[in-house]
Design a protein around this ligand. Structure first.
Ligand SMILES: Cc1cc2nc3c(=O)[nH]c(=O)nc-3n(C[C@H](O)[C@H](O)[C@H](O)COP(=O)(O)OP(=O)(O)OC[C@H]3O[C@@H](n4cnc5c(N)ncnc54)[C@H](O)[C@@H]3O)c2cc1C
Length: 469
């Protein structure tokens, strides 16, 4: 569409932050601390403020006295098979303890996972924000007004404004009353990934990705990435990859929230043909849930079932985080198969083979207990209990998408770089839209941390530039 620029009203700002999630709010608060005047715009209505952050589980993967930053850098290296940008990973985990303390000092209710989320125990998600993502957003949002940071909702950035030298000097935005040119000395992009854009999902992630349940915000449609790439920004990272989860198949198609079945390691997972397809107990869920969300999506009909028996139910280990979704229950395997529409003989054979393969040993959900199967493929490496005591239960599951992994290339100061690897003056980016950190798999709790650490860094750098200009 051709817009007659002379008719577009203009406003002047100092630091302009696009997006009101954790990356955007961290950037805004940090820029303000540095003395800059800050404005946030977000295309969502105020009631949907906070983007994906609002939907998040609030878990933070942060170094502790026991797990030093270098260990988490190594873990990321291992999980991403050596592809993660090591320098960015060092910045991320090196600054994490300080920045989580900053978040606490701002008033965010950061606690130990055991307080509200016992399911997060055992892994390396060392902190959890009480009230999950909602608690996080609502603890930070009032601070913006208190500190004089203006927020304009229902204001969507559509393109960058640049000067003749290529420096970013603001954005054109579409507000409720029409277009407005928002001039600024520095711009921080924090508009999230493209997971809520079906067209981009299919384009980059493949045909099946059209069926994914979108766990978070409907507003993360890749706008900021597309705007930046149109300007010549360099894309990087795993553009064919995404963060997934094992989701209850009864979830809403978008903004599903925390409908994960994170307790799948204590079940056996079968597909529509009654066959197991993953080592459910390979590790704690925070290391495997991304892979297994994708594995579930790839099953016939993109559906599977997490099965467990009365003995496991008694231990209260298996549940949907969204407690309103109860498991389906049946008095026998045959009846369960009938209710789920699975081939009863095949399911019984799968369970018989599994039960026969379970090795003796002590079950302990708090550690990798080594209680495993022997002689079946795929094995179950930990937490293998026989499925033998009626009644039997099933959660129907599918694959969800949390966020996309490809994004913009930034340097260690969060400056967006162009395709010739030169920083684009005036343009910073943070959070979910940064590429090069996560590939294929993902260590749980690291995305909020990325938004916090990189957001704070981007905001400080943008404010410093604005003050110089
Ligand atoms: C259900 C769920 C559970 C999760 N649990 C965890 C967890 O426990 N731990 C963890 O580390 N991570 C978790 N994540 C991931 C994590 O929450 C996100 O990756 C992170 O919060 C992203 O923060 P962000 O600030 O980069 O983006 P967001 O919080 O998504 O904010 C982006 C904002 O940009 C706005 N926007 C988009 N386009 C435009 C535009 N053109 N103009 C203006 N504004 C625009 C959007 O409306 C949105 O408000 C979870 C995600 C989901 C969905």
């Amino acid at each position: 569409m051709l817009v007659h620029t002379s008719e577009i009203p203009a406003e002047n700002h100092e630091v302009l932050v696009l997006g009101s999630g954790l990356a955007g709010m961290s950037a805004a608060l940090a820029a303000r601390e540095t003395g800059a005047a800050v404005t946030i715009i977000d295309k969502a209505p105020e009631t949907s403020r906070g983007g994906n952050t609002r939907f998040s589980g609030g878990a933070l993967r942060c170094p502790t006295a026991d797990t030093r930053p270098e260990a988490l850098v190594e873990e990321l290296d291992q999980i991403t098979k050596g592809r993660a940008d090591r320098k960015l990973a060092q910045v991320l985990y090196g600054r994490a303890e300080n920045d989580v303390q900053w978040l606490r000092d701002l008033g965010a209710p950061v606690a130990s996972p055991s307080v509200e989320r016992p399911d997060l125990r055992g892994g390396k998600m060392s902190y959890h924000v009480l009230g999950n993502g909602y608690g996080l957003v609502e603890s930070l949002y009032p601070l913006l007004a208190q500190r004089g940071i203006a927020c304009k909702f229902e204001t969507k950035a559509t393109e960058f404004l640049t000067d003749a030298g290529g420096r970013v000097v603001g954005v054109r935005a579409k507000a409720r009353n029409g277009y407005v040119d928002l001039h600024a000395r520095a711009v921080v992009l924090a508009t999230g990934g493209f997971q809520a854009n079906t067209e981009m999902r299919v384009r980059y992630l493949g045909r099946e990705a059209g069926n994914l349940v979108v766990r978070g915000s409907r507003f993360n449609t890749g706008d900021g990435m597309n705007m930046a790439m149109a300007l010549g920004a360099q894309s990087t990272g795993d553009w064919g990859g995404f963060h997934s989860a094992v989701m209850d198949a009864r979830s809403l198609p978008v903004e599903a929230g925390e409908t994960n079945i994170n307790s799948f390691p204590y079940t056996i997972m079968v597909n529509r043909d009654g066959e197991r397809f993953v080592d459910e107990g390979a590790d704690f869920f925070d290391v495997t849930y991304v892979k297994y969300g994708k594995a579930t999506l790839a099953q016939p009909g993109s559906v599977a079932y997490c099965l467990f028996d009365a003995e496991v139910a008694e231990r209260e280990l298996v549940y949907c985080l969204h407690r309103e979704f109860a498991p389906l229950e049946a008095s026998s395997i045959a009846r369960l198969a009938k209710n789920l529409g699975l081939p009863a003989d095949k399911l019984q054979a799968t369970i018989d083979a599994y039960n026969a393969a379970v090795q003796p040993g002590e079950f302990n959900s708090e550690i990798r207990d080594g209680k495993c199967t022997r002689g079946i493929v795929p094995p179950k490496s930990n937490w293998a209990l026989p499925l033998a005591t009626p009644p039997f239960f099933a959660f129907p599951v599918t694959g969800g998408i949390t966020f996309t992994l490809g994004g913009l290339k930034v340097d260690e100061r969060m400056r967006v770089v162009d395709t010739e690897s030169r920083a684009i003056p005036g343009l910073y980016a943070a959070g979910e839209m940064i590429g090069g950190i996560f590939y294929d798999n993902y260590p749980g709790g690291a995305s909020l941390l990325r938004s916090l650490v990189f957001g704070r860094l981007a905001g400080s750098a943008a404010a410093a530039l604005a003050k110089l200009s």
